[in-house]
Ligand binder design. Sequence first.
Ligand code: ADP
Ligand code: ZN
Ligand code: ZN
Length: 741
Amino acid sequence: MNKYASVTVEINHTDLDRTFQYEIPDELQGEIRTGSSVLIPFGKGNRLIHGYVVDFTDIPEIDPSKIKKIYSIKTDNLSVEAQLMHLAGWMREYYGCTMIQALKTVMPVKESVRPMVEKTIRLLLSAEELEEKIAFCEKKHQVAKLRLLLALKEDREIPQRIALDRLSITAATVKSMVTSGWIAVDEARKMRTPLSIREEGRYGVHLNEEQTAAVKRFVEDFSTGKRGTYLLHGITGSGKTEVYMEIIEKVITAGKQVIILIPEIALTYQTVMRFYRRFGDVVALVNSKMSKGERFDQFSRAERGEASIMIGPRSALFTPFSNLGLIIIDEEHEHAYKSENVPRYHAREVAIVRAELAGASVVLGSATPSISDYYRAKQGEYTLLTLNRRAVENSRLPEVEVIDLREELQNGNKQIFSRRLTELIEDRLEKKEQIMLFLNRRGYSGFISCRSCGKSIKCDHCDVSMTMHRDGKMRCHYCGSEKYIPKICPSCGSRYIAGFGTGTEKVEQLVQNAFPQAGVLRMDMDTTSKKGSHEAILSAFSQHEADILVGTQMIVKGHDFPKVTLVGVLAADLSLFAQDYTAASTTFNLLTQAAGRAGRGDCPGNVIIQTYNPEEYPIVCAAAQDYPEFYRNEILYRKMLHYPPFYKMLTIQYMSEDEGLIEHRIQELALIAKRIVEANRWQVEILGPTDGSISKVKDVYRKVIYFKSNNGKHLETLKKQLEEAVSIEHTIQIRYDWNED
Ligand code: ADP
Ligand code: ZN
Ligand code: ZN
């Protein structure tokens, strides 16, 4: 029990270092935590003011007799600010970071920006003129203008922010189109209410039986004041988004606010506009490319009550809504919901804590839920809502065929396309339909190896294989360093060096050679590193500027291309070999999502999964589009090998340029942990220490130690005690990770 608390009275994180020490009265010991909102006597007159606890200590900063006592602690009816403070306090303790780091994540930066006027772009052209201009831009290849015109063809008015941001249109393009008299930009904001939009009859989807049942279940709970976590499991194209929108409508009609998390990569113009069309101006948007000022601006709109729906990636979770009613997490299985920076929080966990503080509910949605969440739903901890059918009439699930690549080879086919896939590609090209070819590259890269000694060429700074590029160079995808491909093997001197496996770039080339008549687009890390290029490729493909889109997992997320009737997965197995207990579910998710891209329009789709392991259950189940069956297999494996959800798992990683030092220190950590566990007779398995799965990145070595326990509390306490017991050189970076999937 610490004697003193450091209290901040200013929630502006440039001022966070200016804290004041207060004594914790005995009766409040045990109740007070980081983030607690407290009343404190302040200044000469001892005026009672509000403050937040950010730290604890036993060391007085001034004469102890001069330290005042905390007056009281507030626990009910917390303001948004207090809620976010509590959340930061929880994150500090659970994820193991400093309070400052937690607060910086949770609190928006207050910057003096002029509030942005919400402008609207309005089309001035008649339908006929519009077609003319579209043809003109097509001919002149003015793609940005074309993108905006096509969007305006759908909606005659578009919020400028959404157009600039999600369509990657520059202010200059808008200006030039204004000058040409094609569009006008209205500064005055029109509050378009959801009601008026519905009266215009623009929203005409009638929910089907399954969707209605899901909505009903949520709404009944919500209106009787029951709050909780829901898992909406719906196959791809089953109409989950429509369910969200119906639920949102109910929540905002009740005067509450909603946060919708969508992974950045699926946060396309189409997705955002779907919400905008239904709810109008009350929709606000944040994304990771925004400047701090822009983001603060959007958060301010939320705080002032101008927006009641916030859409965005992970960080939207911290929108300062004062009357939050619901948090939706779409594609909840996505890895992007886990933060790569300290605090290494998972949006799902934080959402549930924030919802509890705010008296809100959480809806998690996915076609391939995380195993742990589905388990919790099965156990009754979450409410399970299910959509088993595709929403659009006549849209059937695609027909999936698994092709055994070993057989192809036996039959003399050395190409990367099986005979069946080639046949279907030719068929679709003839019918002028579109094709997506997906290369599973997770945990794999088109690496270069020696055929004589079998060694692959690694980056000098990282423990990863270099990737081959067309220009005779190879590149490290971790640190970006480049080198020419050597003529002889650095290990044995052999001249037989070759690129192994196939990168997207190579596939693009092979596709072009095999089908010279086809237009091919490629989407991967290399082609999307420039701002806006991601949107540009997607929009080009959706306008049928190309017949075939080749890409990595980027192309399988949430996009809806009605003309795609064939999806080919070139090598399904690569992610199966990742050294991680989630390898099977990662593979199943990728394949299921990829298959879900086919046949979204009127034509039924085909999916070809090429693999060397056709009997592995992630592949069999993905081909059958059978999540429950996959779950039955996977949950047994998790149970048998003591993985989540049965065991809670913590990874502690040490990183330093000094390999000897971290080796030494992590051994110490292991010893201390063992002693604590034995002294308390806890059920905790300790694995390692060992090298990280990638043992070196940018010349920084990584060592890890894993802890598993079927008693989560033991593990959480162990982590806290380790944090206190271990003090190490500042040249070592420590990372705590809860493994939750
Ligand atoms: P998901 O989010 O589950 O992939 P969406 O909500 O995007 O599915 O729906 C897929 C498609 O089906 C969309 O084009 C959507 O407009 C349409 N849709 C959804 N529900 C219905 C419905 N009840 N009636 C007709 N079309 C629907
Ligand atoms: Zn060699
Ligand atoms: Zn490197």
